[in-house]
Design a protein around this ligand. Structure first.
Ligand SMILES: NC(=O)C1=CN([C@@H]2O[C@H](COP(=O)(O)OP(=O)(O)OC[C@H]3O[C@@H](n4cnc5c(N)ncnc54)[C@H](O)[C@@H]3O)[C@@H](O)[C@H]2O)C=CC1
Ligand SMILES: O=C(CO)COP(=O)(O)O
Length: 323
């Protein structure tokens, strides 16, 4: 299976390294000419994944046309850019493995729904789970959910990407795998706020559990299965990103909790904190589905400039209710 990767950020680069195992050729499209040059010349993505030595069998390109005639394309552009990049890529009926975590602003579509709109002939799969890119690139043990409605395609993709250190678990719940990854980014911002404001470990654990309840309510309303949300792509990724400053979303929350503004924290950064883009559209989608998501609403308020102390006070003052 000849693999192409769309997106030369940290995750696209780490996944290219996974796919290049054993010297298999991989084409990696990156938007930035300096990323293409650094990978081809120095075998390192010094912009987005500094310190990871990359396989000689990864060929970086700045030309999307070079992704033609591949057997599967891993889609690893940030969620808000997937539509534009896919529209310009030679997709046709090539299977797409969606690896971005988010919901498209404006349309409220999951990335898989965007892909189906732009490339209706392409079968889709979703790869998602607790996966810090730098750990995957370093060959540390990692497990992911690989969701696809077609079991034959899913098995071929799993066999192609699996290694002793990278273990895909099969699922047919594409929507569930996507919702976990999109929602956990927003909840990770909330957990970062708890850290930044010094609210303690009890509060963080409470947020993870109550955030998971929100993820589950929203997921079930959108047709996801509860066991998917409790798996690697949901709870697994939620625990990872709510616990570590390696998460860009968690780190953004830490800054908000310390009283800095979202605008200041987002200015000049080249890396993506998907939760900041997903939060407002998730709040809209939850309202449309009549699903209560108070933690997500609190994150929206914080991103909009509300003071952390006031937002926390409001959350804690909600009427008592059954768990
Ligand atoms: N970094 C990680 O550990 C993981 C990231 N992801 C997901 O992968 C997706 C990509 O994230 P990263 O690789 O971490 O990105 P990154 O933060 O390392 O790099 C930013 C990326 O955004 C791209 N970009 C910026 N403006 C763009 C535009 N106008 N059009 C197209 N692309 C543009 C850049 O080319 C670059 O590839 C996100 O949805 C993220 O949630 C998923 C799992 C792990
Ligand atoms: O999705 C991720 C790990 O699974 C990466 O999290 P951040 O985007 O918050 O860094």
């Amino acid at each position: 299976m000849r693999i192409g990767v769309i997106g030369g950020g940290a995750w696209g680069t780490a996944l290219a390294q996974v796919a290049a195992r054993g010297g298999q050729p991989v084409t990696l499209w990156a938007r930035e000419p300096e990323v293409v040059a650094a990978i081809n010349d120095a075998r390192e993505n010094t912009t987005f994944l500094k310190g990871a030595a990359l396989s000689d069998s990864i060929h970086a390109t700045g030309d999307l046309a070079d992704l033609a005639y591949h057997d599967a394309l891993l889609v690893v552009a940030p969620a808000q850019h997937v539509r534009a990049v896919l529209a310009a890529a030679p997709v046709g009926a090539t299977p797409l493995v969606l690896c971005a975590k988010g919901i498209e602003a404006g349309t409220r579509l999951l990335v898989g729904e965007v892909a189906r709109a732009v490339a209706p002939s392409a079968p889709v799969a979703v790869l998602s789970g607790p996966t810090f890119a730098h750990e995957v690139a370093a060959g540390k043990p990692t497990a992911v959910t690989l969701a696809c409605a077609d079991p034959g395609l899913r098995d071929r993709l799993a066999a192609r990407l699996a290694s002793p250190a990278f273990r895909p678990y099969a699922s047919d719940d594409v929507v569930g795998a996507e919702i976990g990854g999109a929602v956990k980014n927003v909840l990770a911002i909330a957990c970062g706020v708890v850290e930044g404001a010094g609210l303690g470990q009890n509060a963080r654990a409470a947020l993870i559990a109550r955030g998971f309840a929100e993820m589950t309510r929203f997921g079930l309303a959108r047709g996801a299965r509860a066991e998917t949300l409790a798996g690697l792509s949901g709870l697994g990724d939620l625990v990872l990103t709510c616990s570590s400053t390696s998460s860009r979303n968690f780190s953004l929350g830490v800054g908000l909790g310390q009283g800095r503004s979202a605008a200041e924290l987002m200015a000049d950064r080249r890396t993506v904190a998907e939760g900041a883009h997903t939060a407002p559209v998730l709040r809209e989608a939850a309202a449309a589905a009549n699903v209560d998501m108070p933690v997500v609403a609190a994150v929206c308020d914080l991103l909009g400039g509300a003071a952390a102390a006031a937002v926390v006070e409001r959350l804690l003052a909600r009427p008592l209710r059954a768990e």
